[in-house]
Design a protein around this ligand. Structure first.
Ligand SMILES: [Mn+2]
Length: 354
């Protein structure tokens, strides 16, 4: 039985282009600080597998190289790195120019390499260009009786140019655990006898990377594989949709979780409302967040059946629908009201908000 920490997609030194320069620099410092949390999580692990995109680009600050080295030096376990598309192993890469320490093994070739340890075999390969053909095709473990792991950056999408890892190739590999990177959302899959996982990115960097981010801790032997997602305490990005109603501030307060001070939120107000005062809402809510944007997606309130008596197309349509509405049960009434809202919105050329 071995314990493995599997992480990927640190994207250290991201540009954070949407932030002001000082805030972007602060976020990069937070990325480096997250490595200290990671080191603490590695304490009870036998192996650390890092599945690529540790750097966001070839431009890496000295502070970042030092922080990464401190992380590696604090870990007693053997560390394996499989470079990905963002930190591909090309000339001048820090993976080649820096001294990373004796416990760190960086896979340097796109041909799968085998490293024999006492407890298991660890395979891996590197991106040596931005785009890579399927690297796992045709692979099978050398000794199926051993515990076999692989660390690799790759994509499950068939059309992907980033090392498409097919279900067939995974099934045929004979691996016990395939530690993948590239997909920024945590996901565990099983193909044949092989458990494979993407831990997701280390921390959210924008509203396309929402929710809790972290790593997997894996407990593994030849007969069983247990995966546990361990979240890191980092800034989260969240998108919250709130029905504004007559009191939008109360509606937002009721919808929010208790702890949001460290997080970046986008709040979308929806439904019918005449009560949205965007600057006042923004001012009232802002102190509760690291950053906040409120968007008003509501439509003006309108009495749904008000035009039902009119001698117009709208009037005749609504009068017929109102009769059905009055005879319907509650569930049908909801559907009829939704239909009336949709059609009147279409008649007005408004976007239907259901
Ligand atoms: Mn990535």
């Amino acid at each position: 039985m071995i314990k493995v920490l599997h992480a990927a997609d640190f994207h250290l030194d991201s540009v954070f282009a949407s932030l002001a320069p000082e805030k972007a620099a602060a976020r990069r410092r937070e990325q480096r600080a997250a490595l200290e949390q990671l080191a603490a999580l590695c304490e009870d692990c036998d192996l650390v597998l890092l599945s690529g995109d540790l750097f966001d680009s070839a431009r890496v600050y000295r502070d970042t190289l030092d922080a990464l080295k401190r992380f590696f030096a604090a870990v007693t376990a053997k560390i394996f790195i499989a470079p990905g598309n963002h930190d591909r192993l090309t000339q001048g890469s820090p993976y080649l120019t820096e001294d990373w320490g004796e416990n760190v093994h960086i896979f340097k070739s796109s041909a799968v390499e085998r490293v024999r340890l006492d407890a298991c075999d660890v395979y891996g390969a590197a991106f040596t260009a931005q785009e890579m053909p399927p690297l796992l095709d045709g692979f099978a473990v050398a000794d199926p009786d051993r515990l076999n792991l692989m660390v690799l950056h790759g994509d499950l999408q068939q059309s992907s140019v980033y090392n498409y890892v097919s279900a067939e190739a995974i099934t045929a590999s004979g691996l016990d655990y395939l530690a993948l990177g590239h997909i920024h959302k945590g996901e565990v899959r099983r193909f044949g006898r092989t458990v494979c996982a993407w831990p997701g990115c280390l921390m959210g960097r924008g509203f396309d990377e929402c929710g809790e981010k972290g790593v997997y801790k894996i407990t593994l032997d030849k007969t069983a594989c247990r995966t546990e997602f361990v979240p890191l305490h980092t800034r989260k990005y969240e998108i919250l949709t709130v029905e504004a109603g007559d009191d939008p501030l109360a509606a937002v307060n009721a919808a929010l979780p208790a702890q949001t001070e460290d997080d970046c939120y986008r709040i979308l107000l929806t439904g019918e409302s005449d009560a949205v005062d965007l600057p006042a809402l923004q001012a009232a809510l802002e102190p509760r967040f690291y950053s906040l944007s409120v968007r008003d997606c509501t439509v003006p309130k309108q009495a749904l059946w008000a035009a039902a008596g009119d001698d117009t197309l709208r009037g005749h349509f609504l009068r017929d629908l109102k009769q059905q509405y009055d005879d319907a049960d509650e569930e049908q009434q909801r559907r009829i009201a939704a239909a009336a809202k949709l059609v009147t919105a279409l008649m007005d050329g408004r976007e239907a908000a259901l």
